[in-house]
Design a protein around this ligand. Structure first.
Ligand SMILES: Cc1cc2nc3c(=O)[nH]c(=O)nc-3n(C[C@H](O)[C@H](O)[C@H](O)COP(=O)(O)OP(=O)(O)OC[C@H]3O[C@@H](n4cnc5c(N)ncnc54)[C@H](O)[C@@H]3O)c2cc1C
Length: 379
């Protein structure tokens, strides 16, 4: 069986690795760049936070879809597969799973181990067109006839503008319901923001509000930049922000008494006449100038940072277009997996879990389906 995989990212590589164990699978991976798995390498700040031991639907934009997926593949399933491949893993106190080396290249090394002997890589080859003739598919009008095609081309998150132009133009031939990609897991640009806060790193309870109503709250470290704010907590706030249909009148509130919200700041002021012992020096400077409420310092959100600064995108192929095995309902033997599907999660290994899990279910389906279907074909 000839199988084409579009994209040597997390999902494409995991799938190919699983399929390569099956004797009669002849796999070709098409990758537009010169290297495999560049996002896996960048993930977790170079440590690769590959999984989370507590995966649940609530951590994603579509809880029902993930709940259904979890009934067939869960954290342990994926962990077992990685262990079979020889990856040793460690779990931190926040249930995040890393390779025990805490080095992302280890994950790639394990995925790629011996793979080039069993799989044909086509690097620097952008898939621009997929056509069909009879029950076979053809990539970029090349001669090889494929029985199955797996689309795993990801999203433009983290890509600079010139690279993301037309990166998934091959999909325009498909009649699929798709949502435009938008940056998620990304920092915010803030209004009326004092530039001198740039470089301040501190902990805070961070809250996302819309028209004063609390949407989401999380406690953790934030990094103030030249025109806005970033950090894992902020990226998680952005996931909830992106799910809002109307993004007007949104603000972020910071409570810098993150470990003692009941602390009596007024009493502290009466005793010490300043807050320099409570706040990062840059925040103290802000307080001295504006006498702001350090338990509820609010900034209006101007926008999120651009796509190249995002870890993940919202949007992509609508889940209604795929069946439980990630096969496209309208196109038999074409599957779509990973971030190109309209599923996105918060920080903590959830997005890579989805890439691995969708690849796993797709691989199971390909391995079990040897009878070519007689359903419709591409135009
Ligand atoms: C900086 C950063 C840090 C991250 N950290 C984490 C983390 O710690 N934990 C976590 O869970 N998630 C993290 N993520 C998100 C995670 O990396 C992605 O969700 C995941 O890699 C998606 O996998 P994928 O295979 O679907 O897509 P990708 O990894 O994007 O792979 C898609 C591949 O397809 C190729 N491609 C695209 N179009 C074509 C085409 N037309 N023809 C041929 N090839 C094509 C691309 O070049 C790419 O190699 C991070 C992302 C970034 C950017």
């Amino acid at each position: 069986m000839n199988i084409a995989v579009v994209g040597a990212g997390a999902a494409g590589l995991f799938l190919s690795r699983l399929l390569s164990e099956t004797k009669n699978c002849n796999i070709h991976i098409y990758e537009r760049t010169g290297k495999p798995g560049y996002k896996v390498k960048a993930s977790g700040g170079g440590k690769a936070n590959i999984l989370n031991t507590h995966i649940s639907g609530e951590c994603y934009n579509n809880a029902a879809f993930i709940a259904n997926l979890l009934s067939r593949v869960n954290y342990q399933t994926i962990r077992d597969e990685f262990e079979k491949m020889g990856l040793k893993m460690s779990v931190d106190e926040e249930n995040r799973v890393y390779p025990s080396t805490f080095f992302s290249q280890t994950v790639l090394d394990v995925l790629l181990n011996d793979l080039s002997d069993r799989v044909q890589f086509h690097y620097n080859t952008e898939v621009q067109q997929i056509s069909s003739k009879g029950r076979h598919y053809y990539i970029n009008e090349e001669a090889t006839a494929f029985d199955t095609v797996v689309l795993a081309s990801g999203s433009p998150a983290g890509m600079i503008a010139k690279n993301r132009k037309h990166f998934d133009r091959y999909l325009t031939d498909f009649k699929l319901q798709r949502k435009d990609f938008q940056a998620s897991l990304v920092g915010f640009k803030l209004e009326d923001y004092p530039i001198f806060l740039s470089g301040c790193r501190c902990k805070a309870i961070c809250s996302l509000y819309q028209k004063g109503k609390l949407i989401y709250q999380e406690n953790g470290e934030v990094t103030f930049k030249d025109d806005g704010v970033s950090g894992i907590v902020i990226l998680n706030l952005s996931a909830y922000y992106n799910r809002l249909k109307d993004k007007r009148n949104c603000s972020i509130g910071f409570n810098f008494m993150y470990d003692d919200p009941d602390y009596d700041v007024d009493e502290h002021l009466r005793k010490h006449h300043n807050l320099c012992g409570l706040l990062h020096p840059k925040l103290n400077r802000l307080y001295e100038r504006k006498q702001c409420n350090i338990k509820d310092l609010r900034f209006k959100i101007k926008d999120t940072y651009e796509l190249e600064f995002a870890q993940v995108c919202t949007g992509g192929i609508a889940v209604e277009e795929i069946n439980d095995d990630f096969e496209l309902k309208k196109y038999p033997n074409i599957y779509a997996i990973g971030e190109m599907i309209d599923i996105d999660g918060i920080c903590g290994g959830y997005n890579l879990f989805f890439a691995w899990a969708s690849a796993y279910l797709c691989a199971q389906s390909i391995i079990h389906s040897c009878v070519p279907s007689a359903r419709g074909v591409l135009p």
